[in-house]
Design a protein around this ligand. Structure first.
Ligand SMILES: Nc1ncnc2c1ncn2[C@@H]1O[C@H](COP(=O)(O)OP(=O)(O)OP(=O)(O)O)[C@@H](O)[C@H]1O
Ligand SMILES: [Mg+2]
Length: 431
């Protein structure tokens, strides 16, 4: 047997002993798939009730789901859509993560058209935008002709040049009317509004007022950071419900951990939350420590859980003891710091946050700003945003000031002497 076979079998062996077929965690809900989400989705009872209550009414609504990075916006939206698909047969649901440089009407048009597989006009719309329709289109007309070989065959096709819809709002309205002939209700979810800059989001929403007030239900989502307070407060009239997703409590996080582990166990070995082996290879104690460390943020539970299992597998540990857990946390610390694409400025800012514990526009000094080669706090916001996206720092829930702190992935310098030392040296060289 060669070396890689041996390592593979060894890993297989460990996972079998743990009773799971794979690492069940995932960083983003969009990669999980609907059936998995249904299996692992936990908590949010009050928020679900609030939203589902609206769906009992006839009048269409516009909902905004907002919350910090990794708090579970996508998971929440997908759970609602999946429930509607299962329970409300007269409802058509569509989901899209807002593509860069796309207005809301075009995004809504794409999302809806993708769900209307049997509608040739809808598929044609997709085709015209250069997006692959779900159903094969015949007789596509264009000035250009091209021979396209599909799966090695010799089929000849006429292709259409890529054009953006000229009147996306009108095209969407037309398509919506077609959908409403078949369905009583159409729900369009547009996720990740904030992955654009705040001024642009504001403009996008203003431009989409007509669309939002039209005949479809809308669920939009984003970070409060990107959405800006304006939209949330002054322009709240745009939304019938603005729902903020907050950090989850420890007990819910524990159930979430059980659900994830169960999702990788064979049917007959799925365990009840109160069974002490439900969290195996964690012990109830280390499972609680993991939940606590995750600070109520579902993505952090997923990422930390995954790093801990990887480390435990490497150490061939049968059980995750507190000692193994700490090694897993160290590994997580190394991994998030070692992410590709971090620049020297990013590390200077990261060090600053670690040094201060909390960095805010109130406690930042002139010297600090100089180290970062900027004049004002607002100039470092793009770096902060990047570090937040990468789970290195988090924003504290404070209305008073803009405060940032390290995430649980970063071990404090005293627990991480070598790293801190190296980092300092690097920075000195840069300065
Ligand atoms: N209520 C929940 N139950 C179970 N898992 C959840 C829940 N909420 C979130 N998760 C999981 O946590 C991870 C992060 O969640 P999600 O992708 O929904 O966050 P997000 O708020 O959309 O993040 P981003 O701001 O980056 O878009 C995913 O793996 C998701 O499946
Ligand atoms: Mg998301």
């Amino acid at each position: 047997m060669n070396e890689s076979d041996r390592i593979w079998d060894e890993l297989d062996n460990i996972y079998t002993r743990w009773g799971i077929s794979e690492i069940p965690f995932s960083e983003s809900a969009s990669t999980l798939g609907q059936s998995r989400i249904q299996e692992v989705f936990t908590g949010r009872t009050r928020e679900l009730r609030e939203v589902l209550n609206l769906f009992k009414g006839r009048e269409r609504k516009r909902l905004l789901v907002y919350g910090w990075i990794g708090i579970g916006k996508t998971a929440f939206i997908l759970e609602i859509l999946s429930l509607l698909q299962r329970k409300a047969k007269d409802t058509l649901t569509a989901y899209i993560s807002l593509p860069q440089d796309t207005d809301l009407a075009t995004a809504a048009l794409i999302a809806l058209a993708r769900e209307m597989e049997d509608d040739e006009w809808a598929q044609q719309q997709l085709n015209q935008m250069g997006l692959y329709p779900k159903n094969t289109l015949f007789k596509r007309k264009t000035k250009f002709k091209a021979g396209v070989s599909i799966m090695g065959g010799e089929m000849e096709e006429e292709v259409i040049a890529i054009t953006k819809p000229k009147y996306p709002s009108l095209s969407f309205e037309d398509l919506l009317q077609r959908a409403l002939q078949k369905y009583k209700r159409v729900v369009i979810a547009i996720d990740d509004l904030d992955k654009q800059d705040p001024a642009r989001v504001r403009q996008l929403l203003l431009d989409a007022q007509g669309l939002l007030k039209g005949g479809a239900w809308f669920i939009l989502s984003g970070h409060p950071f990107g959405l800006t307070r304006d939209i949330l407060i002054v322009e709240r009239g745009l939304f019938d419900l603005a729902l903020k997703l907050e950090e989850m409590d420890q007990s819910t996080m524990y159930t979430m951990l059980v659900n994830y582990l169960n999702s990788a166990r064979p049917q007959k070995s799925k365990r009840d939350r109160d069974d002490r082996y439900a969290v195996y290879p964690f012990t109830p104690e280390t499972a609680r420590m993991l939940c606590e460390k995750s600070g109520g943020v579902p993505r952090w539970l997923n990422r930390l859980g995954s790093y801990v299992l990887l480390k435990a597998a490497e150490l061939k540990a049968d059980v995750i003891t507190p000692e193994i857990l700490q090694q897993g946390f160290s590994y997580a610390n190394q991994q998030v710091r070692g992410q590709l694409g971090l620049t020297s400025e990013d590390f200077i800012l990261l060090d600053l946050v670690l040094e201060k514990g909390i960095l805010s526009d109130e406690n930042v000094s002139y010297e600090d700003l100089q180290r970062l080669k900027v004049q004002e706090f607002s100039e470092i916001l793009p770096i902060i945003d990047k570090l937040m996206q990468r789970d290195l720092i988090r924003r504290l829930p404070s209305d008073r000031a803009t405060e940032f702190a390290p995430t649980p992935f970063l071990l404090p310098p005293e627990e991480n002497v070598d790293d801190a030392h190296n980092q300092k040296n690097d920075n000195n060289q840069i300065l």
